[in-house]
Ligand binder design. Structure first.
Ligand SMILES: NC(=O)C1=CN([C@@H]2O[C@H](COP(=O)(O)OP(=O)(O)OC[C@H]3O[C@@H](n4cnc5c(N)ncnc54)[C@H](O)[C@@H]3O)[C@@H](O)[C@H]2O)C=CC1
Ligand SMILES: O=C(O)[C@H](O)CS(=O)(=O)O
Length: 457
């Protein structure tokens, strides 16, 4: 069995089975057996089941949020927001399910008709991280089932209970047995490599770190499995000299501290124009100092990091930056509690070659550097192997758009600190991933295109 611990106080939240590679095979057996009937199910029927699941998630919003708080550690506000965000993927793909796509046309040379259809790929392997245990699961389950695929899901061992709860709601909504099987395990490599070696698995959708994503891409290549990769980020947060600094500071609080900074879309490095850097640092820093850090049960805004090793990792990279000349300007208080807490911290004079700027922090640390010209800014911001999200605060919208379009990233928040929305194509470029989730694009990840070429004298 796997014992799930609350990262805020190290108490036991629950226990789940520790799945083996044999369980991995059984899950694919069930999915493969269920696939023909599910693929033939009327899109409207699939749509109604997904919409019912949306309704059930909202019915159980408080219960699901509580579960997320206990196994992930995030604040109650973040957990409630995540449940709403996660549920919306079921509503969105309930609406997309009835429009699978297709086309009918005539070949330009005449004499031929072409019928194009979008077919469900088959069995989908879904692998999700601990930081958004509900939303990352539904962002994959919903389009997969909407397309007519069946699925096997491996949640992170740190947060398996949320995925199991969502699977129960899908069953309650009417999803037939075998359409979705959740395999909880500490043997992630064994279970997922078993899936990738199984000829019945036709697509893998992964959300997690870039190194693991690369390992899965290598494995997927052996059978040319379709891949959807949502990987690590290193989001820049840009403030121009004519930005509304109060608005920028408020947006920075969201972009940096949503989920305690444990989000791949989190603002990872701040580039503030030299003319306004001190003012912005003061406006932003004094809000950071006010942050209440602690267990969700105490009504805290910022919970713990997911593990002690995460605390050690963040501590190490901050200490390295301080040794290279960076300085702490603002810091929130941390409770003397047993959990994996790390103090929300603002740093200035962080060198561009600091690990805080080159790697994903995945913690509540804001590193601020200054810039002077747009060309210098763009060159420094794009000097990264990651390209998921970015944020631009500027007084003049045209300049904000010009800067945004110059960023090598998949998503940009302009004068807002959040980019996530089920109706938008979420994803990144470079080593932040392949493919898009959400929007219409998310459905295509689970479809194959076929066309019929008909002799038409
Ligand atoms: N681009 C995006 O949408 C997101 C990216 N991430 C990235 O993931 C990292 C944090 O999440 P973690 O869960 O720690 O990432 P992780 O990559 O360690 O784990 C993600 C999932 O992969 C599984 N896994 C780990 N090693 C594996 C292996 N060898 N074979 C198969 N599965 C394996 C884990 O059990 C988990 O379910 C950060 O780097 C973050 O940026 C996290 C969430 C979203
Ligand atoms: O808004 C989101 O989707 C989050 O950033 C989730 S994740 O990509 O960090 O897991």
């Amino acid at each position: 069995m796997i014992t799930v611990l609350n990262p805020a106080d190290l108490t036991v939240v629950g226990e789940v089975p520790n799945g083996t590679t044999a369980d991995a095979v059984k899950a694919v057996d069930a999915a493969a057996n269920a696939f023909p009937a599910w693929a033939r199910t009327a899109p409207r029927t699939r749509s109604e089941i997904l919409h019912k699941t949306f309704e059930l998630m909202l019915r159980d919003r408080e219960k699901l949020a509580e579960l997320i708080c206990r196994e992930n550690g995030k604040s109650r506000a973040d957990a409630l927001a995540e449940v709403g965000y996660a549920a919306e993927f079921f509503r969105w793909y309930a609406e997309e399910a009835v429009r699978p796509g297709g086309d009918y046309g005539s070949a330009p040379a005449g004499g031929v008709r072409t019928i194009v259809t979008a077919k469900p790929i088959g069995v989908a392997a879904l692998v999700t991280p601990w930081n958004f245990p509900a939303a990352m699961a539904t962002r994959k389950i919903a389009p997969a089932l909407a397309a007519g695929c069946t699925a096997v899901l491996k949640p992170a061992a740190e947060t398996p209970l949320t995925a199991l709860a969502i699977a129960e709601l899908l069953t309650e909504a009417g999803v037939p047995a075998g359409v979705l099987t959740v395999v909880t395990t500490t043997d992630a490599a064994g279970v997922v490599s078993t899936w990738l070696a199984d000829s019945r698995v036709r697509v893998i959708s992964f959300t997690g770190s870039t190194p693991v994503g690369k390992a899965l891409l290598r494995q997927a290549a052996d059978r040319v499995v379709v891949t959807a990769m949502e990987l690590g980020g290193n989001a820049p947060f840009i403030v121009t000299e004519d930005a509304d600094l109060e608005q920028a500071a408020a947006g920075a609080m969201i972009a940096k501290f949503r989920n305690g900074g444990q989000a791949c879309t989190a603002a990872n490095r701040f580039y503030v124009h030299a003319d306004v850097a001190d003012r912005f640092t003061e406006l932003f820093g004094r809000e950071v100092e006010k942050l209440a850090v602690g267990p969700y049960s105490a009504g805290a805004q910022i919970g713990p990091l997911i593990s002690d090793s995460a605390v050690q990792r963040v501590t190490k990279v901050v200490d390295e930056a301080l040794a290279s000349g960076a300085r702490v300007t603002h810091q929130a208080a941390v409770p003397a509690a047993a959990g994996h807490f790390y103090a929300p911290t603002v740093l200035r004079d962080v060198p561009d070659d600091s690990t805080l700027f080159t790697e994903e922090i995945f913690g509540p640390v804001a590193s601020i550097a200054t810039w002077s010209t747009d060309d210098e800014l763009i060159a420094r911001v794009n000097d990264s192997e990651y390209g998921l999200a970015g944020y631009v605060y500027a007084g003049e919208l045209g300049r904000a758009i010009r800067i945004s379009e110059s960023l090598d990233v998949g998503m940009v928040g302009i004068n807002r600190g959040l980019v996530s929305d089920p109706s938008a194509p979420f994803g990144g470029v470079k080593q932040s991933g392949l493919g898009r989730e959400g929007a219409r694009a998310g459905l295509h990840e689970y479809q194959e295109t076929q066309y019929l070429s008909i002799d038409w004298p």
